[in-house]
Design a protein around this ligand. Structure first.
Ligand code: CFM
Length: 540
């Protein structure tokens, strides 16, 4: 990173803060840091606190994180949104998580929208009766294995007990019914909803089916949601390597996979932010270790596969993984080298979610593109600075609002998958369990990191620094493009993807090459604004 850019960013930071009232500026200042990747001198960033009212944020609500993100992609659970129909709209499939039922007995309910459609009367007199009715009706029509009930804001305000209704209905219908207290206001962002979803899936589903599959290398993939078909590509690669995927949380998944997930021998975490809770709980209860992986980027994919092979320690698996990498890489290299000639040196800004603003930096680096500014919408300090800061994170009232489960080792089913000697041996090889370094360790010194960026800050950042590409979501996309900068949606991938794994990397190189090298951005300004051919003045 050039010294100049670091200085420019220091000036930008001051300018961004200057427009805010004193108190707001003081708060926002803590969310904007000039990066230093050295863990000794890395600055502390404020994250996972309330957005200042009045500021336009990119964040979503707790219900979105629970229903939309974590539980929504499980294809055969009926997910009932208990609330007014406005929230019901978002219970429909608005995220690009894809799924593929395995046969005719398997079914996909994801494209249905289930809502209790609460009316004023229900708000005044209570909505539990209507909810019971909705659960019965959904059961009658779809005969699902399980029904989830998701609370929206008004449900919490009027005090409907969704858990009591779930218990009653479970008894009455003889299927698994569980509730989520994921009222939109429950936390400061969707992040709280992830935690609530993790807790309930852990309590009500994981561990229900003890059937152990007859295979050697059993893993779960946590925090991969099959946006644009990412999970399909990862499944293809894992299968080619002979690694048995018991469950993905929750892309291309079914209820049964979750029920059986505790029989895996390793949990691999893709999106640390949304799912690290359940990995910790499964380690305590069942003795399954977890590691951080990343299948975004061809190099990262190869590295993650090698890490999985190293964990199992079987030379046969290591060999097979190397063979797969050797088979897949030439095609990737060919496309990368070609796109790189046109992309090298270009600059990127990424402001996305709670993990992608980090993961996609690898893919851009493969094209020789430099990430100059990045940030998450709702991640926590550990996603920025690494898990080493966990003990120093202040627990505020908002985080205390979310239940922390007390987990004990299962008296019968706990079995630590590695002996102490094996763990020590792996650690001696530099293998890291339960670790995540965070985004900032990977970003260059002097780059700008902004947490929960506001719409205003984003516009100014683009105006001052004109990156060659800006990655965000649909809310931002057209504002950015009207400024003459291409925007790649990294939530939905626009209509493209997959971007994970080897084939995904090739798709990404192609799409980014087209975007940043399109001539269209030069036409955003009308020709007469650039070169006025006729200049007229008024005659007085
Ligand atoms: Fe994890 Fe996600 Fe993300 Fe996320 Fe999301 Fe998403 Fe995201 Mo949108 S679980 S934190 S809450 S990787 S929906 S698939 S793209 S903001 S960066």
């Amino acid at each position: 990173m050039s010294e100049n850019l670091a200085q420019d960013f220091a000036v930008t930071r001051e300018k961004l803060l200057k427009v805010y009232p004193t108190k707001a500026a003081r708060k926002r200042a803590k969310h904007m840091v000039l990066n230093d990747p050295d863990p000794e001198t890395m600055p502390e960033i404020e994250a996972n606190v309330r957005t200042i009212p009045g500021i336009i944020t990119q964040r979503g609500c707790t219900y979105a994180g629970c229903k939309g993100v974590v539980v929504g992609p499980i294809r055969d659970i009926v997910n009932i949104t208990h609330g007014p129909i406005g929230c019901g709209f978002y219970s429909w499939l608005t995220r690009r998580n894809q799924t593929k039922p395995i046969d005719d007995n398997d079914y996909n309910l994801m494209n249905y929208c289930f809502s209790t459609d609460m009316q004023e009367d229900d708000i005044v007199f209570g909505g539990e009766k209507k909810l019971r009715q909705a659960v019965r009706e959904a059961y009658e029509i779809f005969k699902p294995k399980a029904i989830g009930i998701f609370s929206t804001c008004p449900v919490g305000l009027i005090g409907d007990d969704v858990h009591a209704v779930a218990r009653e209905m479970k008894e009455e219908l003889g299927i698994n019914v569980f509730g989520f207290s994921c009222e939109g206001y429950k936390g400061v962002s969707q992040s709280a909803g992830h935690h609530i979803a993790n807790n309930q899936m852990f309590k009500h589903v994981i561990g229900l089916d003890d059937t152990v599959r007859d295979s050697k290398y059993k893993i779960n993939l946590l925090g991969e949601y099959n946006i644009g078909g990412d999970a399909f590509e990862i499944e293809r690669i894992l299968e080619k390597c002979g690694i048995d995927l018991i469950a993905t949380f929750s892309g291309n998944s079914s209820y049964d996979y979750f029920a059986n997930a505790h029989t895996a021998d390793l949990n691999c975490i893709m999106c640390h932010r949304s799912i690290n809770y359940v990995a910790d709980m499964m380690e305590i209860k069942y003795g399954i270790p977890w590691i951080k992986v990343n299948f975004i980027g061809a190099e990262a994919t190869a590295k993650s596969l090698r890490k999985i092979a190293q964990y199992f320690g079987d030379p046969e698996l290591k060999e097979r993984v190397e063979k797969v990498i050797a088979e897949e890489m030439p095609e990737v290299e060919k496309h990368r080298a070609d796109a790189r000639t046109r992309c090298e040196g270009k600059t990127v800004m990424l402001f996305v979610g709670g993990s992608r603003a980090h993961h996609y930096q690898d893919l851009f680096a493969e094209l020789g593109m430099r990430t100059i500014a990045a940030g998450y919408e709702f991640a926590h300090r550990d996603d920025y600075e690494g898990r080493r800061v966990l003990p120093t994170i202040k627990i505020d009232a908002d985080s205390r609002n979310i239940e922390e489960l007390t987990v004990e080792p299962d008296p019968e089913r706990y079995r630590y998958r590695k002996t102490e000697a094996e763990v020590a041996e792996l650690k001696a090889q530099g293998f890291e369990f339960r670790d995540y370094e965070g985004m900032m360790a990977q970003m260059a010194k002097g780059t700008l990191v902004i947490d929960d960026i506001s719409h205003y800050e984003m516009e100014k950042l683009i105006a001052y620094h004109k990156p060659d590409i800006f990655c965000a979501g649909i809310k931002e996309k057209y504002v950015i493009q009207k400024m003459g900068v291409p925007c790649k949606q990294l939530h939905s991938y626009d209509y493209s993807g997959p971007y994970a794994g080897f084939k995904g990397a090739i798709n990404f190189y192609r799409d980014i090459d087209r975007l940043v090298n399109s001539k269209i951005w030069g036409y955003i300004q009308a020709p007469w604004e650039k070169n006025p051919e006729l200049i007229a003045t008024y005659v007085k």
